[in-house]
Design a protein. Structure first.
Length: 115
């Protein structure tokens, strides 16, 4: 499974961004998809996840601000990010897997939120 993330950029505090991820390859193996992020000097953390059935989960830090969604056949994944804060600054990674969110990783896209 190959994952290609896009949509990162520079935005001011309170602004919005929409990340996209295109999945290709053995999509039939994918039951879980998610977004992780890694801020400078910090450990990588899970932001949001979605199952094939559409069930979602979010880290407490982004609940009510971020929305994860997917297209048909697990080929695309999105993360709508609203009310962005400087602490959301990080490299965001698209992930996928069968029993884990972390089997496959995309290359990452940088999100920078200026104060």
């Amino acid at each position: 499974v190959q994952l290609q993330a896009s949509g990162g950029g520079l935005v001011q505090t309170g602004g919005s961004l929409r990340l996209s991820c295109a999945a290709s390859g053995s999509i039939d193996k994918v039951y879980l998809m998610g977004w992780y992020r890694q801020a400078p000097g910090k450990q990588r953390e899970m932001v949001a996840g979605i199952s094939r059935s559409g069930a979602t989960n979010y880290d407490d830090s982004v609940k009510g601000r971020f929305t994860i969604s997917k297209g048909s056949a697990q080929k695309t994944l999105f993360l709508q990010m609203n009310s962005l804060k400087p602490e959301d600054t990080a490299v965001y990674y698209c992930t996928a897997g069968r029993l884990s969110f972390r089997d496959y990783w995309g290359q990452g896209t940088l999100v920078t939120v200026s104060s």
